[in-house]
Design a protein around this ligand. Structure first.
Ligand SMILES: O=C(O)[C@H](O)[C@@H](O)[C@H](O)[C@H](O)COP(=O)(O)O
Length: 247
């Protein structure tokens, strides 16, 4: 069987509720994704006093966040929060909060209001309760990533309590990723759940590289989120999923 070829730059494919935006270069990808996020936020701000943006960490999205920080939006009307977090304080360089601060909350976006998931002196239970309180305001835009094991947010294949997280009625849960190699050294985490993703108006998945493109095909070929938790990105009812990919 031949390797599936990605569509040409900028072409869109629509297998149901998933739209693939495939670009030839990193530059096209980061601007394509940044413009999509910024347009969605701009539309929300026309309709509501404030907009809410949920962001993932990982090694992929920083260039998109840097491009987005230059968008001419009314950033003081935008609340930025996290899809997930390792159980690290926001000033830890390995935290997702640190990544978002360094890449997005600069330039025009410096005036956005930022909600970290962790805070000194707060237990993980208190942090989850606070996240669930803030999430009463549904997200306008959710930016997801996908690990090479098919995880998204901090929902890992074979994670203890994955069932509970997938079935949770609350938008955030505490996660124990012991025994999940994809979690690296950060085993205690806080994660968005399908219940938290469901009300979002716009969903994006940012991925790069041939391996993730091939993984995406496998992920899209089924619907069991236990095998690949990233499937919640398109199996959770609600907005279509926009996948932005480049080699
Ligand atoms: O805290 C995290 O690890 C992230 O929020 C996580 O969900 C990320 O989006 C994926 O791991 C993809 O990461 P990469 O882009 O590094 O593959």
């Amino acid at each position: 069987m031949s390797t599936p070829q990605p569509p040409a730059a900028g072409t869109d494919r629509d297998p149901g509720s998933v739209r693939l935006h495939a670009y030839d270069s990193e530059t096209q990808w980061l601007w394509g994704a940044a413009v999509s996020i910024s347009s969605a936020l701009g539309r929300s701000l026309q309709e509501r006093p404030r907009a809410r943006l949920l962001l993932s960490g990982g090694t992929t999205p920083a260039p998109v966040y840097t491009a987005l920080s230059k968008a001419p939006l009314e950033w003081d009307r935008i609340d930025v929060a996290l899809v997930d977090e390792r159980w690290l304080m926001p000033d830890d360089h390995d935290s997702n909060a640190y990544l978002v601060r360094e890449s997005l909350l600069q330039r025009n976006a410096a005036g956005a209001r930022f909600e970290t998931l962790t805070r000194a002196g707060r237990s993980i239970e208190e942090a989850v309760a606070t996240a669930n309180m803030h999430a009463q305001q549904p997200a306008d835009v959710v930016v997801l990533g996908m690990g090479e094991d098919g995880h998204t947010a901090s929902l890992f294949p074979r994670m203890r309590d994955l069932d509970r997280a997938l079935a949770s009625s609350t938008p955030y849960v505490a996660a124990d990723a012991s025994g999940c190699p994809g979690a690296g050294q950060w085993l205690r985490r806080i994660s968005l759940t399908p219940a938290g993703l469901r009300p979002a108006h716009t969903r994006l998945l940012l991925i790069r590289g041939r391996k993730k493109r091939e993984l995406l095909d496998r992920v899209l070929a089924g619907d069991d989120a236990h095998e690949f938790p990233a499937r919640i990105a398109f199996t959770t009812p609600g907005a279509p999923l926009h996948v932005h990919w480049c080699p």
